[in-house]
Write a protein that binds this ligand. Sequence first.
Ligand code: V47
Length: 392
Amino acid sequence: MTLVNSSLAARTPPMSVTLASIERKVHAAERLTPEDGLFLEQHVDLLTLGHLANIVRERKHGNVAYYNTNVHLNPTNVCVYRCTFCAFRSDLRSPKGYTVEEQQVRERALEAKANGATEIHVVGGLHHLKKFDWYLGVVRTIREAYPEIHIKAWTPVEIGWFSYMTKKPVRWVLEQMIEAGLGSMPGGGAEIFDPEIRSQICEHKADASAWFEVHRTAHELGLRSNATMLYGHLEAAKHRIDHLCQLRALQDETGGFQTYIPLAFHPENTEMAHIPKPSGLMDLKMIALGRLMLDNFDHIKAYWIMLSEKIAQTALSFGADDIDGTVVHELIYHDAGAKTPQGLTVAQLHHLIREAGREPVERDTLYRRVHRDGAKWWVGELRNAAAEAAAV
Ligand code: V47
């Protein structure tokens, strides 16, 4: 995949880019250009940006805000890579290093079942002593213990590693995972696509083209997936806009992405601990910019664990329509200094969404409405976002 507008920074916005021209496009539901994106980043105040993003958000989802009932599992933190933004990873021999046993995977799946979770989110390190079969076994064990749960697992970085380990194509790896029970893929590992920044924060890790190739193949195999962008470290506005435009280009091709999740860099316990954490204003700006640039993405997620409940609530009026879920066991952000709780109850999520003036709707991973009757749950039809929004 070629970089979109890698010379963006050197350009001043063409005379034709003004706030009025962008406002006209937003009202007419027209696509914004990379130059429009850069103009919004650099010249438009946050409240105007939020107002514009909210127009798009309400057009797509009305007053609805989505959440899900989920749990996380990070099977190991042992990782061959040393990404400078990561506080989670560990060396094999460090006291911090851990790798779960099959019994612990089963227990997590049974805990998910007891909580009525519809999704398990699984990502972890690249453990150099664990074979592909071990990773396949994690998915199989969950599937056997709780067959109804949707397994959202592995980033393209992990899938690329499995392909490297087995010397088999990415397609083969994904087919094996699907056969074991994989239902979709989370958005991690994207960081920032620009190769210069990438080489400073996650050298050797799957590059942009490898990241896109895994998602493209996953979409061809019928999997849906998410996309992220890690901001607030070494990158600049031009890298963020380029990143968004590259995501938009693959989405034009495959339509397989569901949700975009901007991820705020948490510096504590990382090699970039000297960099201050992005402000709440920056967090809201990234949500709004995502909503405005990614016209072909249905959903923008304000991941409450990472943003805080307060910013996630505010984000629901700045372009976001989803706040993620109950979560329960979160390590990646808490190792990096997140002060949010490890999880929230459904009642707390409802309160948070209602207080923000939105209507909570429980979704499954594929954005189907979840219905519950006591401990039983089931999903409705694949929903049409606009019709559903109108019905609430
Ligand atoms: O790829 C790691 C990021 C990602 C730090 O798809 C950090 O629904 C900030 O992708 N500060 C993994 N970010 C998490 C992820 C995710 C989370 C929630 C929902 C979904 C979804 C996906 O976390 C990594 C990396 O970009 N990350 N360390 C840090 N110190």
